[in-house]
Structures are given as C-alpha cells and as structure tokens.
Design a binder for this molecule. Structure first.
Ligand code: SAM
Length: 332
C-alpha cells in the first residue's frame, strides 16, 4: 500500500490524529458549554464505529499516522470505544492510542480499555475542591473523577496525565494545590491556557490566565526548572518540580504558540477533517465514505485538506475569528 505524508505547505507533517467520537458530554464545564448543553449532532451524522475504524486505518496505513487520541465531547460515553480501540490495535499494535477524558465511568472501563490496547489517558481536572468542581462542571462528580484516575493508574494506563484550565476568580488560586495533589499520586499535571473555543464566545485575552501567571502562582510553593528533554512537537513546556522527579507542564497555546511544531490533525465526530483546532474550514470525509469512495480517494481528500493548513492559529491577530464549532464539537 502506498504511504504518503500528511504534509502541509510549510513542511509540517501530521502524524498525531485526534478523533472526536461524540460531541456530547456528561459535564457542563462553564468555560466550554452552556448549562443546557448544545444542539447535539443528529445520530445519523455521527460516524459509525466501522467508519471511524476505516478512517483511522487509512490514516495509519496510507498517511503515516502514528498516534491516535480519542476525544470529544466525552469519548467514554461512546458505547463502541473499547471495540474501536481493539480494532485499531489489531490493525497496528505499534500505533499509540490514548483518550482525553473527564474520567466519569473510567473506573468501570479502565481495565477493558487497557486490555483492548489503549496506552494512556489524559484526564481533565481543574480543581481538587469538591465545591469548585461543582461550580465549574455544574455536576457533583468529583469523587467519580478521582476514582477514574486511580483506576486508570491501576490498569497501567500511565503515566496518567491531568489537564487543567485555570479560570480567573474561580480556581486560579488553586494551581499549587492541584500540583501538590497530582505529585502525591504520581500524576503528570499540565496546565492549559484557556483558548477562544467556548460555545458561548465568552473568552477574552484579558480574562484568561496566562502562562506567566501560572508560573507565578506555582512559584509561591514550588521551584520549577526547565526539564532537559527536547520538547519536539509536544505542546507542553515541561518543568521539574523542586528538582524532580515530579514534573509539571504548561501548554501556552495563546501566549507562546507552538504552531510551527504542530503535528496534529483532527477528525470530528461527523467525519470532517480539521487541519487545525482553529481552522475555519473543514473537509468532508463522511460524504465520501458513504458514497462509495475507495481508500485511495479518501486518502487523496485528506492529503488535500492538509495542504490548506495555516501557518499559525492567529489568536493574537486582530483579524482572528473564533471557529464556528466549539471545542466540544471539534474534539479537544
Ligand atoms: N470530555 C473530555 C475531557 O474532559 O477531557 C474531552 C473533551 S474536552 C473539550 C478536552 C479538554 O479541553 C479538557 O481538558 C478541557 O478542559 C479543555 N477545554 C475545553 N474548553 C477549553 C478552552 N476554551 N480552552 C482550553 N481548554 C479547553
């Protein structure tokens, strides 16, 4: 089978595929979506398990994809998740599969996911205070997340990574507390700068907590030194905490963009390729899939879709326009 890279016009090659398995979520994080939720995709527009596996197969076997991260919405609410992971593992066990999840239900599924071939989990957790968790997510499920994290660790889905977003006036005073909690449990914490991807369009540059503020907050309790390992295409800048071995990462997508090293491509739950989280254009693979296109034809479309990838996301540019779809629909 012919392999060609998913290369854009700036020479970046995408080998890390983010697959959104659903736009639905069982939390309502206030910086992501409104309390009442969103107009979810109609079921018949969402790719079936077989369609997902076919596109991943094309990505892996024909286009050089080496990592697959399932996301959403909440990927654990997709019934076929274990089966999808198992099928992808069977077609190429060297492809690293992971999920980005809020960990609700992970306690139940962690062992099955590990057995199917899942390598790692990234769990989103913005606070270790139950009341702040309820305030942010609008659901009283903190204990389930803690249990999900422990189950993932026990199932060997590690190193378990925790992703956190700091929100001014809500949890920005809790950065060091969250880091201490993660270090105690051996979880790798990464702070992510809040990006203009909320359904409510409430993000503002002034309102977001910057990487510099995160460092200042952490410095109140910890000493950070840059980790020596090369960053490569990893979005997180990594630091040793108090000399190590514990680490913390900061993903400064807004104030220190890393677009030049981006190796990601995204597939939405309804089968659209997005060459950037902030792309304003999508390429429809679902219609091709459902109208009898061959693997070659689908691969061709995918390659063409990558060609238009912009040099950078341009959040700091005056002409920046927030994408039409929010993070939960694109796949975070
Ligand atoms: N439900 C899964 C989860 O909670 O990880 C996957 C989807 S969620 C959209 C993925 C990640 O995006 C979460 O870590 C969440 O905190 C983050 N996120 C959502 N909106 C964001 C925003 N506007 N800026 C930065 N990160 C955001």
């Amino acid at each position: 089978m012919q392999t060609r890279p998913l290369e854009d016009r700036f020479g970046r090659v995408a080998s890390d595929l983010r697959v959104s398995l659903t736009d639905r979520c069982n939390l309502r994080c206030n910086y992501c979506m409104p309390a009442e939720g969103l107009d979810w995709l109609p079921t018949d527009e969402v790719l079936t398990d077989d369609e997902v596996v076919r596109l991943v197969r094309i990505g892996v076997q024909m286009l050089g994809v080496r990592e697959v991260r399932y996301t959403g919405g909440e990927p654990l609410i997709r019934r076929g998740l274990v089966g999808i992971v198992g099928q992808v593992h069977a077609l190429d066990p060297t492809v690293e599969q992971s999920i980005t999840t809020n960990a609700l239900g992970l306690q139940r599924n962690a062992a099955a996911l590990a057995a199917a071939g899942l390598a790692r989990v990234n769990v989103s957790l913005d606070t270790v205070r139950r009341e702040t968790f309820l305030e942010i997510t609008r659901r009283d499920r903190f204990d389930d997340v803690v249990a999900g994290l422990a189950a993932a660790d026990a199932a060997g889905l590690g190193p378990v990574k925790v992703n956190a977003v700091l929100l001014r006036g809500t949890n920005d005073d809790q950065a060091a507390e969250l880091l201490g909690w993660c270090l105690e449990r051996g979880y790798e914490l990464r702070f992510i700068e809040q990006m203009p991807l909320d359904a409510q369009h409430g993000w503002s540059r002034e309102g977001m907590i910057t990487a510099d503020e995160i460092f200042a907050r952490l410095a109140e309790k910890f000493t950070l030194t840059p980790a020596v390992e090369p960053r490569g295409s990893a979005p997180a800048e990594k630091f040793l905490v108090d000399g190590g071995p514990g680490t913390v990462g900061v993903i400064a997508s807004v104030t220190r963009p890393f677009c030049g090293d981006c190796d990601r491509v995204r597939l939405t739950a309804d089968g659209q390729v997005r060459n950037c989280l902030f792309a304003r254009h999508e390429s429809d693979l679902r219609t091709a899939l459902r109208s009898g296109a061959t693997d070659e034809e689908i691969a061709d479309r995918w390659v063409v879709a990558m060609g238009t990838k912009a040099a950078g996301h341009g959040i700091d540019d005056v002409t920046f326009l927030q994408p039409d779809r929010p993070m939960s629909a694109i796949g975070g």
